[in-house]
Design a protein around this ligand. Structure first.
Ligand SMILES: *[C@@H]1O[C@H](CO)[C@@H](O)[C@H](O)[C@H]1NC(C)=O
Ligand SMILES: *[C@@H]1O[C@H](CO)[C@@H](O)[C@H](O)[C@H]1NC(C)=O
Ligand SMILES: *[C@@H]1O[C@H](CO)[C@@H](O)[C@H](O)[C@H]1NC(C)=O
Length: 500
């Protein structure tokens, strides 16, 4: 992309097979509504305004929540699990049929490459198909009773209206991972999409309604007004809040939600360790680091944030990683050669720069990257993928999530030291390590304080696998059979005097 090209995204929007999937409106009480107040959404590779999206108010949230309550009562009582399963399957089919359009919209607002966006849409759809299958499997139990002539059984019932607050790094997948299980068990949802990436959310909602979901069961309210969105956490009608975002905001929202004892799922910040032991297959480790550090330009909560390499293999690992990083082609996400898009906003770029400057000032070495790539729009939110060596625990990168394409390499001597450094953080989402020793693999997998561990792989997220953190990385699990449990409550039914 040449810097002189203005608004490359205008042409991209013309390529949509279904232009009606590019929606700036909110979806409230079964209607697409366009209020007069809007906020701008930026296209990250040029920094230009992509469009103006509905800026919903607290009153709008109140209306939506009331409508979702009505929707929930009808939907939960009038559909069978089998019907909800079929509905989700239809939604899955529509998402896959419109995969290219959704991916294009996703690139335009998020910046990631088209290949990554198509991958994300398929990943997002995989949650819909997974939970369409799980919808029919919300089995209860029959429990042998301690009392004579008595039967105890459990029913799994939908929790009710769910408030869903999603992040911009996976504009499609973070929505489906939350709402597919909610809809599977019979809940209704009120979604506050991220203000950076509301368009992907709107496309998904439109397709859900097309699939036959009763319109008031799903509500979508973009807003720039954080206070208005907290209605989701304070309204007594809402029974469950699921949030993905920073630990700071997650704690704030949890406190609000506890005011009315809502069920909560919080998928919060990470500071993932990535450990390379001397007995590792180094090429595999480099591949793993590329996947989990540079995917989505380093903007995922399971990205390796701290890379610990055993001293004897540090030189080899660093050289091989640098060689791979230098092959990355930074640019506009819709250009075919691009393998690394811009960051989502200017703040993201500033944070990476700050982490690099701090590390260099404290003695780290810049192995590659560091600046802004040459052949991109200077108004875009670009930064070169970077590798630092000689990193120590007093540097900002050790304790603060970079959320950008920066790989800081620490060295260690012993397994104990590596585990202790890895665990030395208040976060506990993902952790990765590479070793060919089976004993060590089991030992370290068990010792790492995180909710997700990747052993000899950098790829750990899938619909069938429970996703979530420990420590300040949050509570609850998404995906898998455990992800369904977040959206139902267990009722114990005791039937006595069965002999009477
Ligand atoms: C969005 O609406 C809120 C009121 O709900 C207002 O305070 C804020 O300034 C608006 N933002 C924009 C960008 O218009
Ligand atoms: C259940 O009730 C019947 C009839 O009253 C009685 O004979 C039986 O012992 C009871 N069962 C148990 C496990 O106490
Ligand atoms: C993780 O490391 C910390 C710091 O060394 C240590 O206190 C903790 O016991 C370790 N956790 C496990 C499960 O080994």
């Amino acid at each position: 992309m040449s810097p002189s090209v203005s608004s490359p995204f205008v042409g991209a929007l013309k390529t949509l097979k279904r232009p009606d999937l590019f929606i700036a409106d909110a979806f409230v009480a079964g209607q697409w509504v366009s209020p007069t107040s809007t906020f701008p959404v930026y296209e990250p590779s040029t920094g230009q305004v992509l469009g103006s999206v509905a800026n919903m108010t607290r009153d709008d949230f109140v209306t939506a929540i009331k409508s979702a309550d009505k929707g929930y009562r009808a939907y939960s009582t009038s559909t069978t699990a089998h019907e909800r399963s079929a509905l989700l399957r239809k939604w899955y089919d529509l998402i896959m049929q419109n995969k290219e359009d959704i991916a294009t919209i996703l690139v335009l607002e998020n910046g990631k490459t088209y290949a990554e966006a198509v991958g994300e849409v398929a990943y997002a759809a995989s949650f819909v198909s997974w939970f369409s299958e799980e919808a029919s499997r919300a089995y209860g139990d029959v429990i042998p009773s301690s009392m004579p002539n008595t039967t105890v059984m459990t029913m799994k019932q939908p929790v009710g209206v769910c408030g869903i607050i999603t992040p911009w790094n996976f504009p499609a997948a973070m929505i489906t991972r939350k709402i597919a299980p909610a809809l599977a068990v019979g809940c209704s949802v009120v979604i506050k999409p991220p203000s950076e990436t509301p368009y992907t959310a709107a496309a998904l909602v439109k397709l859900a309604v097309e699939a036959g979901l009763p319109a008031d069961v799903i509500q979508l309210l973009p807003t720039k007004d954080r206070e208005a969105a907290t209605e989701i956490c304070t309204s007594p009608i809402v029974k469950k809040v699921s949030f993905t975002g920073s630990t700071k905001v997650g704690i704030h929202l949890s406190k609000l939600a506890m005011g009315t004892m809502k069920k909560v799922s919080m998928e919060l910040g990470g500071n993932a360790p990535f450990i390379v032991f001397e007995d590792a297959n180094i090429d595999l480790a480099v591949q793993g680091a590329m996947v989990c550090k540079f995917r989505c330009s380093g903007q995922t909560c399971v990205c390796a944030n701290r890379i610990f390499v055993q001293k004897s293999v540090a030189k080899e690992f660093t050289a091989k990683l640098v060689a791979e990083v230098e092959k990355l082609k930074v640019g506009y996400g819709l250009d075919k050669e691009t393998t690394q898009g811009p960051l989502v906003n200017r703040n993201g770029v500033e944070k990476v720069k700050q982490h690099i400057e701090d590390a260099l000032a404290k003695g780290a070495r810049l192995e590659t990257g560091g600046g802004v790539p040459k052949d991109v729009d200077p108004s875009g939110f670009f930064i070169l993928p970077s590798v630092l060596s000689g990193v120590t625990t007093d540097m900002m990168v050790a304790s603060d999530e970079t959320f950008g394409p920066l790989a800081p390499i620490f060295e260690f001597e012993t397994e104990e030291e590596a585990i202790s450094m890895a665990n030395n953080t208040e976060f506990g989402l993902a952790g990765y390590f590479f070793s060919t020793n089976i004993g060590r693999c089991l030992r370290v997998a068990s010792a790492l304080e995180c909710g997700l561990v990747g052993v000899n792989t950098g790829k750990i997220s899938a619909a069938e696998s429970p996703f979530g953190g420990v420590k300040q990385s949050g509570v609850g699990r998404e995906g898998s059979m455990y992800g369904l449990a977040e959206y139902y409550v267990i009722k114990a039914v005791t039937i006595g005097n069965t002999n009477a």
